[in-house]
Design a protein around this ligand. Structure first.
Ligand SMILES: Nc1ncnc2c1ncn2[C@@H]1O[C@H](COP(=O)(O)OP(=O)(O)OP(=O)(O)O)[C@@H](O)[C@H]1O
Ligand SMILES: [Mg+2]
Length: 144
C-alpha cells in the first residue's frame, strides 16, 4: 500500500500500469495503494455481464482499474469503449494483463508481483517500456 501510494503520487494522466502476478500476489492491494497516492475519492463500477471489468476512481484525476481475470473475450472491452480510457484524462491500471496483451498499448510500466519467502512478503519487479516510464522508475529510486 505504501509503495503503491508513492508510485501513485508520481503518475500523470495518460500513464498506463500493467500488473502481472499469480492469484494472491497483491495486484489489487497494490492498485488500492496507487489510488490512495493519486488521491482517489469516490468510486463507481462498470460491469460486464458476469463480473466487474472496470472500477473507476474519481480523484485528482480518474483512475481506471481494469481487472481482466474473468474476461471471456476481448469484445467485452470493445463494448465498454476501452480505447477512450487509454487515451486520456486519467491513468489506467490493468490486472491480469496477460488476458489483454493483444490490445494493450506497448508504452507502459509493467510490474511483476510474486511471493517472497515469508507469507507477508512480496517481491516487486518493475519493467518500464518507453522513456516516460524509465524516467518514472528513476524518480522512484531505481537505477533505470
Ligand atoms: N505486499 C503485500 N504484503 C503482504 N500481503 C499482501 C501484499 N499484497 C497483498 N497481500 C495480501 O495477499 C492477499 C491477496 O492480495 P490481492 O487481492 O491484492 O491479490 P491479487 O493479486 O489481486 O489476487 P487476484 O489474482 O485474486 O486478483 C490479501 O490477503 C492481501 O492482504
Ligand atoms: Mg485482484
Amino acid at each position: 500500500m505504501a509503495w503503491g501510494a508513492r508510485l501513485g503520487a508520481l503518475l500523470q494522466p495518460g500513464d498506463l500500469v500493467c500488473l502481472y502476478g499469480e492469484i494472491g500476489s497483491g495486484k489489487t492491494t497494490l492498485t488500492k495503494g496507487i489510488v490512495q497516492g493519486v488521491g482517489g475519492i469516490a468510486k463507481e463500477a462498470v460491469t460486464s455481464p458476469t463480473f466487474t471489468l472496470l472500477h473507476i476512481y474519481q480523484g485528482r484525476f480518474p483512475v481506471y482499474h481494469f481487472d481482466l481475470f474473468r474476461i471471456g473475450s476481448l469484445e467485452e472491452l470493445e463494448e465498454i469503449g476501452y480505447r477512450e480510457y487509454f487515451q486520456g484524462d486519467g491513468i489506467c491500471i490493468v490486472e491480469w494483463t496477460e488476458k489483454g496483451e493483444e490490445i494493450l498499448p506497448l508504452e507502459r510500466l509493467d510490474i511483476f508481483l510474486s511471493f517472497g519467502e515469508r507469507e507477508e512478503e512480496r517481491k516487486i519487479i518493475l519493467k518500464p517500456q518507453g522513456e516516460r516510464f524509465r524516467h518514472l522508475c528513476r524518480q522512484l529510486g531505481g537505477k533505470g
